[in-house]
Design a protein around this ligand. Sequence first.
Ligand code: COA
Length: 164
Amino acid sequence: MLVQQLSRVLSEAPTILPCVGINVRHYKDDGDVERWVELINLAFRNGKPAMRCWTEPDFRQRIMAHPDWTPWNLFLAHNKHHQLVGSVSLVFRQSPDGPHPALHLLAVRPDARRLGIARMLVAMLESAAWQRGYREIVLETHAGWKEAAQFYAAVGYQLRAPTM
Ligand SMILES: CC(C)(COP(=O)(O)OP(=O)(O)OC[C@H]1O[C@@H](n2cnc3c(N)ncnc32)[C@H](O)[C@@H]1OP(=O)(O)O)[C@@H](O)C(=O)NCCC(=O)NCCS
């Protein structure tokens, strides 16, 4: 199966390891939309299979118009030059046993990889979910996205039965 569902059970409050020179903030204003679209298209452009290109209207219709949308759920990592270098979004997947916090659209610029930025973003997302009382994070990825597979294995995500 090409689309894979992974999850991680949180047994304790996540530890956030800071990255030198990287600051994370939440979505602030319209200016973030253009930068986010550029980041996502750059990060996923060599994925096999390729992800469709995102546009600013996509962001507004598929992310901001979602009932769960709040600026607090979009994490944006910036370097010391104020360049957006990474992002992840916390969404909620509905299931028969209630909503599950899900990690969505994790991306790091190619020239900023292997610095621990994704690890930090994921820990921040997990921490936000933990503080709201959730103890499991789910996500969907693609078996062909090898970097993602290696990353998720490194930070403790495992294949999950497809019950979402
Ligand atoms: C997957 C991705 C988000 C990882 O971002 P990153 O900031 O480079 O990851 P980190 O630096 O936090 O890596 C943490 C650990 O994950 C593992 N890891 C990450 N990328 C890896 C790679 N390409 N090969 C092997 N291991 C990798 C390593 O164990 C790494 O620790 P180390 O560098 O100390 O060895 C990034 O490669 C990316 O944006 N890929 C394209 C978009 C994508 O696939 N997103 C996920 C879609 S579901």
